[in-house]
Design a binder for this molecule. Structure first.
Ligand code: SF4
Length: 488
């Protein structure tokens, strides 16, 4: 069959990410396209990453004349897990256009999993639930069959006269090494490269080495893999890295796994293989504080080229970590950060404000943790209830009609909490300035200890620190005002 793939992440509809200019190609979409191509189908891609109007899909449909149009979101990228309404609207427009052109329409995304009916009533013929490559293959293979019944294919939702129907759940793929490498040839890699070079001076590609996460943080939505965790072999990953280096010459890799290298000994084997392959590259990963306490693991990460680890720290208050079922301690966050720094790897922290029960003292604990640990970067968000999570169930009764953010910078608190949503937005701004001020001040303190290393760049930082102090103070004053207003 002739299949046109797409996804619903329009970078232009996410102003913060557009400004950042660090887009990653839709990896899961490329995996699905590669899988279907390996089964003998003809595949093409309409990649809306740099497109400003969903109607542009029409041109692509006219060019490729597909029988099936598949909106297949990149479930490896946390941005798609946010289920932003800008992207949902764009997906629904593309679905309507594909239907007008007579295509069968199939959707696989976190948002479609949570809102099956919305997608099906907007024109999608099928929504794929769970890991979707094999489901898509079976579904496309059956579409022309006179005995076709979606109920016989696990992992499918469709609309019948009685409403939404779902077949039995799809089992996950276990042997990830058998999955063909993503169909990178379908992507305009140069468009990604030039955007990266313009914004950062280097080119980063994304890659996945695992699927899923076995931990149970109660606010984390895992509509595709649930709590299962499967991993590729280190050799398979290195083979793909070699191919990507030969074809695209990347400088940097983002391993987009929820948890990189969880299997015992995986990171060590990976480091040995990277070294013997002669590959030299920098990379960043996501991990947990409790997995970064062993010197040999962290040393192996460094040996392989890791320069930055993002830790889901979330809070400096043990009370809040426990309420989240995070399964880590503030002490472990402290220890993991120190271990990474000792091995020359920069730690960065994901921070979350606004979890139910968080009060002023908990927020202060988080600010103190950031000041003490001085991570290279912080990613600050507010608690965001996603369907299917324990956290969502806890606050469901308080959710208004608005249950999703419009774009990734909206940061609206959508349930009743200690403070109003405006407080958390201001807190987000404050923390960013506070962190920059603390980082720069620490840099200058180090400089004073080694005056021989003073340079023009360091002098610039010297002046910047005054600016950061001023912005932190102004931002903090606004925050106090908001706190007082709410107390009246
Ligand atoms: S460790 Fe990360 S990916 Fe896993 S459940 Fe917790 S937040 Fe989610």
């Amino acid at each position: 069959m002739n299949i046109l793939f797409s996804h619903s992440y329009f970078l232009r509809f996410d102003p913060k990410q557009w400004k950042l200019g660090q887009p990653y190609a839709p990896l899961a979409t490329l995996y699905a396209a590669a899988w279907l191509r390996a089964q003998g189908h003809s595949v093409s891609l309409f990649d809306p990453m740099f497109v400003s109007d969903p109607a542009a899909v029409s041109e692509s449909i006219q060019e490729h004349r597909p029988e099936v149009f598949v909106v297949y979101d990149d479930g490896f990228n946390y941005l798609t897990k946010m289920c932003l309404t800008n992207m949902r609207d764009a997906a629904l427009k593309m679905i309507a256009i594909a239907r007008e052109h007579g295509c069968k329409v199939i959707v696989s995304s976190s948002d479609a999993t949570d809102h099956c009916e919305t997608y099906l009533r907007s024109g999608a013929d099928f929504v794929l639930i769970g890991e979707a490559e094999q489901t898509l293959h079976e579904l496309v293979g059956e579409l022309r069959s006179p005995d076709f019944d979606p109920a016989n294919i696990p992992g499918v939702a469709w609309l019948s006269d009685e409403g939404v129907k779902k077949s039995e759940p799809r089992q996950l793929l276990r042997d990830l090494d058998k999955i063909p490498f993503p169909a990178w040839d379908l992507v305009d890699v140069e468009a990604y490269r030039s955007t990266w070079l313009k914004s950062t001076g280097y080119f980063s590609l994304n890659m996945s080495t695992t699927r899923g996460c076995p931990f149970k943080c109660n606010w984390c939505a895992k509509p595709i893999y649930g709590n299962r965790y499967n991993s590729r072999s280190p050799q398979n990953v290195v083979d793909e890295l070699v191919m990507l280096r030969q074809r695209y010459g990347f400088d940097h890799i983002w391993f987009c796994d929820d948890i990189f290298g969880l299997k015992p000994g995986w990171v060590q084997q990976f480091a040995v293989l990277v070294q013997s392959s002669g590959l030299k590259f920098r990379f960043k990963i996501q991990s947990r504080a409790d997995l970064l306490l062993q010197d040999d693991t962290v040393q192996a990460l460094k040996t392989a080229g890791c320069e930055n680890v993002w830790i889901g720290a979330e809070s400096g208050s043990q009370k809040i970590l426990d309420a989240m079922d995070k399964g880590i301690t503030v002490g472990q966050i402290r220890e993991a950060t120190a271990t990474l720094k000792r091995h020359g790897i920069a730690p960065s922290l994901f921070i979350q404000f606004g979890y139910p029960g968080e009060n002023a003292a908990d927020i202060d604990n988080t600010l103190s943790m950031i000041r003490e640990l001085l991570p290279q970067s912080i990613g600050v968000s507010v608690s965001y209830p996603l369907p299917g999570t324990v956290f969502f169930e806890r606050v469901k009764a308080q959710l208004s009609a608005k249950a999703n953010w419009t774009d990734s910078d909206e940061l609206a608190l959508m349930f009743t909490n200690t403070y109003q949503p405006s407080f958390y937005r201001q807190l987000h701004r404050y923390v960013q300035w506070y962190h920059r001020k603390n980082l720069t001040a620490a840099y200058l303190r180090n400089l004073l200890a080694r005056p021989s290393s003073v340079s023009i760049a360091s002098l610039r930082k010297f002046f910047a620190v005054f600016y950061y102090y001023l912005r932190t103070w102004l931002s903090g004053a606004r925050l106090s005002l908001l706190t007082r207003k709410e107390a009246i």
